[in-house]
Design a protein around this ligand. Sequence first.
Ligand SMILES: [Zn+2]
Ligand SMILES: [Zn+2]
Length: 267
Amino acid sequence: MTANFTLLGSGGWIPTARRETTCAILSLPDALFIFDAGTGLSRLLEERFRPEYEAAREVHLFLSHYHLDHIAGLVYLPAMFKGRTVHLHAPAAQITGEDPREIISNIIRKPYNPQALDDLPLDLIIEPLAEGEHAIGGASVQVRKQIHADPSVAFRVNDWLVFATDTADDPGTATFARGARLLVHEAWIDGIEEQDPATEQIAREAYVAHTSARQAAARAAEAEVDELVLCHLNPLRGDAYHERMLASAREIFPGTRILEDGETVVL
Ligand SMILES: [Zn+2]
Ligand SMILES: [Zn+2]
């Protein structure tokens, strides 16, 4: 059995013409999984993805955390899923200290959005997701708390995919991802900054909430995954910097890739 993973938004923080903010889909036989609802969710409207969401029997949207670059697309959902049911799995209060339904109904309401959560033209069912393993959409979904500016979670789907964004470098990620086919991990800086006194401060600030490409590659190697995709790329850095990040990561873990928005990996 195969599953298609498509990164719809490969950037973090600020969308650019090339890289929308974080969103990815995993097409399973029984369900469509969506990871994060950044501005990249808008790419689902491209004609080529129409069968992915129209044919899906169940739609499950997983939120890693509530930073706006990961939830801006929640208000796009009626464009794709009007009249349908979408299960929104958000980190449980035990993880974030906040009730997911309260948070989301406070965002999807006037004057931020013309309709309140309960008035949306789709059935958005909010399901708090605790740490541990869950059976969702015919798959095993594991959830693990990460270290970020505000708490975030990583997801593992069967042995296919680990989606770990908005996290500081974390030894637990390697254990969590052990033997997975694909690790999708954030990379905010290259990591070369550590070696240079002039840019050392950048590394120190970044590492409070984020990971370098080198660190992500080291976790991928430790976890013995087949492939690593770097995501949540820094919009303030140009393409040349991102290429350098990729080269740095490949020195440590050769099976590293950077995807364009809309690019698919067959699992
Ligand atoms: Zn982010
Ligand atoms: Zn964040």
